[in-house]
Design a protein. Sequence first.
Length: 404
Amino acid sequence: MGPRLFYGWIVVAAAFAVCFVGFGCAYTFSAFVPALQHDFQASRGSVSIVFSLAGFLYFSLGVVSGPLADRWGAQRLAMLGMLLVGAGLALAGVAHSLATVYAAYGLGVGLGIGCAYVPALGAVQRWFVKRRGFASGLAVSGIGVGTLVMPPLATALIDALGWRTAYVALGCGAAVVGIGMARFIANDPADRGTLPDGASMAAGTMAGDGGGMPLRDAVRSRQFALLYAACLVCSFGVFVPFVHLVPYALDHGIGRKDAAYLLGAIGVGSTLGRFFLGGLADRIGRQAFLLAMFGGMAAALAIWAAATGFLALAAFALLFGLFYGGWVAIMPPVVTDLFGSRQVGSIIGVLYTSVAVGTLVGPTAAGYLFDASRSYTVPILASAAFNVVAAGIAALAGRQARPG
């Protein structure tokens, strides 16, 4: 008789914690924007570069950390990543110039999440086949819960301790919790005498799908090119709310605590999207589900363009979070469905370089457009349009995926 608890769920819990710590801390950045602008006498565009640099690094580094995890295992890379996140936050708290914040936060948080995120998600994919969408959704729901919990916590810390000490406190907590949980990540179910989904090794190959394309063949395929293009276009707009929603709310007369709760509302929606929609995708088809997520984010961003009051912005945040969470949850299973689990970490890592470019460009461009026009209307509507285009590319990708 097998163990009472399939270890794959422990791996999911560890990946959840890594996502919670890494992205939860990263998405507190919007709460720090006003203090950084004030203390360093900086424009909103130049402050936005801090987050964009970190985002560019943590998505682009997957092209390195994914292959390293395939070769050396995900646990060590995830532990290193959590250490870097903690150090980056703490060093940002003692920075005395915006350039130093770029280096500390951008490099520390960016490299840290980059080391941990793709390896942790790649490990989860290997432990499941039948419930891969659900398991992946649970793992990345850590991002949603982190987005719910961490920005209000950061705001409270800033009010009580000041922004510098708040960053140091967040950094210490990130290192302790993140490293402790990353220790439970295991790369391959075979190392623990089981097959994916908990099937016994004695049952032969009844549950495995360890084959698949090598990285070289996958990235040269038309299917990968379409998926890459969709993620690239989408990500120009997806991360704009994580930097600019709080400043937008403050500009419309909403208090700082309520503005921070709006980020938390994205976290609530994101958690629901990752937790519930991942399992739904297993039933309705993951390719069709991906198309729906792009369309849903476009609709939500269009609502943001017209929202000014707290309730309207909260509705936007919940809806956007729901579809954003579903998008993040479904990407690793879609990649594994298309290309197999043989080098899934490497393939996901290359795919996420598309998101890295969008993250670098989108929030920064939105900040500078605001500085020039004193309005967010153009960047918000552009963000919605990018997701419409991404939905069209995803529809083409879905047709390409069908046999015959």
